[in-house]
Design a protein around this ligand. Structure first.
Ligand code: SF4
Ligand code: SF4
Length: 331
């Protein structure tokens, strides 16, 4: 009997949604599983790191790794799986671009830990206890992974062959990518496995997208009764569609929510946030400083709006005026 291609799934700094996306293949997953031999999938199967370590280098056909790289353990696993795999595939927005976890690059590691363990409104921690990297009791030692200073996308840590975008990727593009892999019909290395078109091209509202607009205010989706037919930009609501890659078939705009940009930029856009920011700012109605500030006040979280999924990979990458210890740290 011919051996089936070995495939690994792994997750790093992610929410688990990408794992759900694989399960969302529903009954189609059976067709996929029939053709492959899963050698690692921590969320669903009990293989261990030592099982992978024991495999010859390059013996896994492809690893689909989701999640950003935040800890030394995730970095170690990314290197191990890279060595063992012919193809390393960044699966989902966090592995592709840093994702929502990389919004933490606005803060130093210490600022983040201090806030989480000492300062959140719901924290009661008078002794300021924090997780320890090592703990010994009764002659036994337990360890925890150490957090790096910054969150990185997968290709900032290891060589990546392909990218499957989305938060999470849709079942359709997952299936198409796995199909291309199994049939040996992969495009050139470095390709993002989704259409290289702007999301607006797939959006049912594109006929109402304004060509000439003058923004006098921005509203967030919950602050307005949204017209389900009209382009969000014509309603003064930020939509990342013009700067975002298509492929999801505009599921959010179909559900009456603006696109938040999870598929990342097309190949023609260098910086997703800068692209949408420049087009919005060029169309702000008022020309005086006070008037401009008033309009922009409708976007209270610009980084979270324009770089929600891609801070690690954008031109800014992280906040620069961090404390010295975070500045000096390479990672
Ligand atoms: S800006 Fe948003 S709502 Fe308007 S056409 Fe593009 S994706 Fe659709
Ligand atoms: S509409 Fe935008 S945010 Fe929603 S799934 Fe598509 S790319 Fe992602």
């Amino acid at each position: 009997m011919p051996t089936k291609p070995k495939i690994a799934f792994y997750w790093c700094a992610s929410c688990g949604g990408c794992e759900e996306a694989v399960v969302d293949l529903a009954e189609d997953i059976l067709g996929v599983i029939e053709k492959i031999d899963i050698v690692l999938w921590p969320v669903a199967m009990d293989f261990k790191k030592k099982d992978i370590q024991a495999m010859p280098d390059g013996s896994i056909v492809a690893t689909l790794l989701n999640g950003a790289i935040r800890s030394d353990e995730q970095e170690e696993m990314a290197h191990l799986l890279r060595r063992k795999s012919q193809y390393m595939i960044a699966y989902g927005a966090c592995a592709h671009l840093g994702g929502i976890p990389s919004l933490a690059n606005q803060y130093s590691r210490e600022q983040m830990l201090k806030y989480v363990y000492e300062e959140t409104p719901t924290t009661h921690n008078e002794q300021k206890v924090r997780p320890q990297l090592k703990w010994s009791e009764n002659g036994r030692e337990v360890t925890l992974p150490e957090l790096r200073h910054v969150v990185r996308a997968l290709d900032q840590v290891v060589d990546v062959d392909y990218y499957i975008p989305g938060c999470p990727p849709t079942p359709k593009i997952t299936q198409q990518a796995v199909g291309a892999l199994l049939e040996g019909k992969l495009p050139p290395k470095g390709t993002t496995l989704a259409p290289d078109i702007a999301l607006c091209d797939q959006c049912a509202r594109k006929g109402t997208k304004p060509t000439d607009v003058s923004f006098t205010e921005f509203k967030r989706p919950h602050q307005k009764l949204l017209d389900p037919e009209k382009c969000f930009l014509s309603q003064g609501v930020v939509c990342m569609g013009p700067a975002t890659r298509g492929g999801c078939e505009a599921v959010c705009t179909a559900g009456n929510m603006p696109c938040t940009g999870c598929f990342g930029p097309t190949s023609r856009v260098k910086d997703q946030g800068a692209k949408i920011l420049s087009s919005l700012c060029a169309n702000i109605g008022p020309r005086d400083e006070e008037g401009i500030d008033k309009v922009l006040a409708g976007i209270p979280d610009p980084v979270g709006t324009f770089y929600r999924y891609g801070l690690a990979k954008c031109m800014l990458r992280r906040k620069v005026n961090l404390p010295p210890q975070a500045q000096e740290a390479k990672v």
